[in-house]
Ligand binder design. Structure first.
Ligand SMILES: Cc1cc2nc3c(=O)[nH]c(=O)nc-3n(C[C@H](O)[C@H](O)[C@H](O)COP(=O)(O)OP(=O)(O)OC[C@H]3O[C@@H](n4cnc5c(N)ncnc54)[C@H](O)[C@@H]3O)c2cc1C
Length: 468
């Protein structure tokens, strides 16, 4: 019997019927986003409690059996990709919202709760769970925590890390680290939750969490504007942020090529503004007084129009109009029309973005004159998504484009991963954004917490002996 067979046999005894899915059914259950990564796991384990996760990991630790956690499978860097000798551990049956406390403003949830479910349950109690991203219907709280997901409202509320008050995780040897803190302030020693947030399932399996909720906003203002040049986009960000006094909650930019893609057939979105400007920005603010806030929002935009900071603007007058504006931003699937494509998620100080993009365009045209770039994303956070199509796929073509995209980040102090993580996809480039000393400390932590290297092995850090 192979290691994986004896692990499955022993774990079946723990999980019982319905607790394990085998063979081809595993593939049917978890379709990975994108084509590059595989799910060759012979079994998907579906525990129903932290105690069951602990029992599974005790067995796997004893046998040296690798385990890969998965939530909704919407990760974009191959973090939950599995080989034939690895087991998938899905949190999908751990999907209870245990408590929403309106007075203390937190939610206690299991890791398999889909993000949108939590958003809706919080809204039903007039509260806001601020994390929001396009994959909200499928992505899970556990996946969000493990990738430290960012999304559309980081400029106002921070990343997932800023929303986690406490969590419970199971480490490689099956130990349960229950750190379900419910307070905003707790400086009693090391804050261990941060080891599990953003570590992509390599240091522990997150099973439960306490998440901070905010009061639901009483006002929401959304606009879509066009800007004549990049300095005007920067000026607009400062103008809106200052003028709105803390209410700015989204500043999402689209370069012209992205706007064209999402507003032309087969895309269903109708262009609210003519496609003749170099930059478009979705701006959203949330406050406490619909009439007063709306007037302020419109006055600031009116002034920006008058002084030429923006060239055109539409302001949503209904929820349907707001949804239509967001639908354009969320319609990232249109980038598949450039297939084969390579997609990136990079971060830079925003003042350096224009020069970076110019260098990128020049290098790409130099290498591939017919190459296409579309750029969009959370510009208010210094984070853009870049999709490049050069008419060829394959690993050689990918390497050329990766070097073009990641190379200029190094000298500018940028990050090869703003919010999607490292997974398998960016391992070779981790050293562009982290120093040798930082990577060495990451290895030390991994070794201390997972000495047999059974938790999501090979993700984030290159196998030993491979340079970063
Ligand atoms: C259309 C679309 C839009 C997106 N927009 C954004 C965006 O704006 N911002 C953003 O940050 N991301 C975005 N993403 C990426 C993705 O949705 C996030 O990374 C999300 O947090 C992943 O959650 P998941 O449940 O799908 O995790 P999975 O994809 O299942 O897993 C992701 C990683 O987390 C690990 N993991 C999952 N659950 C656990 C657990 N319980 N314990 C330990 N490790 C675990 C996995 O091993 C893997 O390494 C987008 C993806 C899509 C498809």
């Amino acid at each position: 019997m192979t290691t994986v067979e004896s692990a499955v046999e022993r774990i079946s005894g723990v999980l019982g019927s319905g607790g394990i899915i085998l063979g081809d059914e595993v593939h049917a259950k978890l379709s990975l986003w994108g084509q590059r990564w595989q799910t060759d796991a012979p079994a998907m384990l579906r525990p129903r409690s932290t105690a069951e996760v602990s029992a599974i990991l005790k067995i796997c630790h004893e046998l040296g059996q690798p385990v890969v956690a998965c939530g909704g499978g919407t990760g974009l860097v191959g973090g939950h990709s599995t080989g034939a000798g690895e087991l998938l551990l899905s949190l999908e049956l751990m999907n209870r919202i245990e408590e929403i406390d309106p007075l203390n403003r937190y939610a206690v949830v299991e890791a398999g709760v889909p993000l949108q479910t939590l958003q809706e349950q919080a809204a039903a109690k007039k509260l806001l769970y601020p994390l929001d991203l396009g994959a909200r219907g499928t992505a899970t709280v556990g996946g969000n925590i493990s990738t430290n997901a960012g999304g559309n409202r980081v400029i106002r509320y921070g990343m997932t890390r800023d929303m986690v008050l406490g969590l419970e995780a199971v480490t490689a040897d099956g130990s349960v680290i229950s750190s379900m803190n419910k307070m905003i302030k707790n400086n009693a020693g090391y804050d261990l939750k941060h080891l599990f947030i953003g570590s992509e399932g390599t240091l522990g399996i997150v099973t439960r969490a306490v998440l901070r909720l905010r009061e639901a906003p009483l006002s929401q203002m959304t606009a879509f504007v066009a800007a004549p040049d990049y300095p005007s986009v920067l000026k607009l960000l400062k103008t809106m942020d200052r003028g709105l006094g803390g209410m700015l909650s989204a500043f999402e930019a689209m370069w012209r090529d992205f706007y064209e893609l999402v507003t032309t057939s087969p895309a269903k979105n109708r262009p609210p503004i003519e496609n003749i400007h170099p930059y478009y920005v979705l701006i959203e603010a949330m406050g406490g007084d619909q009439e007063g806030d709306q007037a302020r929002f419109e006055a600031i935009l009116g002034q920006a129009l008058e002084d030429g900071t923006i060239a055109d603007a539409v302001i949503a007058k209904s929820d349907a109009e707001r949804a239509a504006i967001w639908a354009m931003r969320d319609d990232v699937g249109q980038t598949a029309r450039l297939r084969p494509i390579f997609a990136f998620d990079v971060s830079l100080p925003i003042s350096l973005m224009e020069g970076y993009v110019a260098e990128l365009e020049k290098s790409l045209k130099g290498a591939h004159p017919d190459g296409k770039l579309v750029i969009f994303g959370h510009l208010g956070d210094g984070n853009v998504h870049i999709v490049a199509g050069i008419g060829q796929g394959g690993e050689d073509a990918r390497k050329v484009v990766e070097d073009i995209v990641y190379g200029p980040l190094r000298s500018r102090g940028g990050s090869v991963s703003a919010e999607h993580g490292i997974g398998l996809e960016k391992r070779a480039y981790l050293g562009f954004s982290r120093s040798p000393e930082e990577i060495a400390l990451m290895r030390t932590i991994k070794k201390a917490m997972d000495p047999k290297n059974i938790l999501n092995p090979g993700k984030v850090l290159q196998p030993h002996g491979t340079a970063h």
